[in-house]
Design a protein around this ligand. Sequence first.
Ligand SMILES: [Zn+2]
Length: 316
Amino acid sequence: MTTRFAELPAGITRIDVEYTRPGFAAAWLIREGQEAAFVETGPLPSVPILLEALSRHGLGLEAVRAVIVTHVHLDHAGAAGELMRHLPNATLYLHAQGVKHLVDPTRLVDGAKVVYGEEKFLATLGGATPVDPARIHTPTDGTTLDLAGRRLTFIETPGHSLNHFCILDHGSNGLFTGDAFGLSYREFDGGQRPLIIPATTPTQFDIEHSRLSIQRLAALRPDWLYLTHFGPLPFDPALAADLDEQLVAYRELAEQSDPPAGSATYIPALLDLTQTLGQKIGLPATTEWSILAMDLDLNAQGLAIWRERMSRRTAG
Ligand SMILES: [Zn+2]
């Protein structure tokens, strides 16, 4: 089991925000000199854990200069509004297309209730509070943020969602990948390399954009991948190849269903694809695949929506 906080090289703390289960969703604290930045906030109930990460390093609330969210899904950005109220000197950095969703989170909350179901939504994601638009900065591709001399570069990575950035930390040569470089849980360690699967969550997921973003990230040759779900991982080009192969197989699967099928019909095939990769990398037969049930359900939903969008495009 993972611990709530893990201290990584170069002043980075991996924070387990304990959403859904331990080892599922991370946020990150970067410390440089007297300044600090959060990358990702987790969902709304994460705020006390994020503040605990600061205090255990003896940092005051005023030390935080930046809160960065990779995209506006609630498991990444749901706590942003509430967290910003605690941090007098922080600016919130996010993609311009995500701003309206955090200034007025109504649509985001309603959408998440559809995806997760109302009961599960209330029990886990919990909601979102609005962010003051005056405290938001919208970087573009290549924008670099200076944290006490440490450079953090925003890399626009559409595919998982339209409003997605990854952040290259020059201090550790590591990439905060959000959901653009897939999902990888430590429960599946034990093979020749970590098991990694794409995150094809509704509703903006696009396969070809996703593949291009993964290629672009791999070309940066980082030393570390800080996956929100759930790093850190040492970078290995084979992980990018694993993701690409799966996305191609996802596409073939969706294209075979004509007319487009409902999402539930994809789930067994997606599990099958994941297990095939598991065999390839040598995971033991005792592997507990049910841990992936929620992710594969979301992946199937996102794939079905993508397939429908493609068929409308072809028809129209
Ligand atoms: Zn996401």
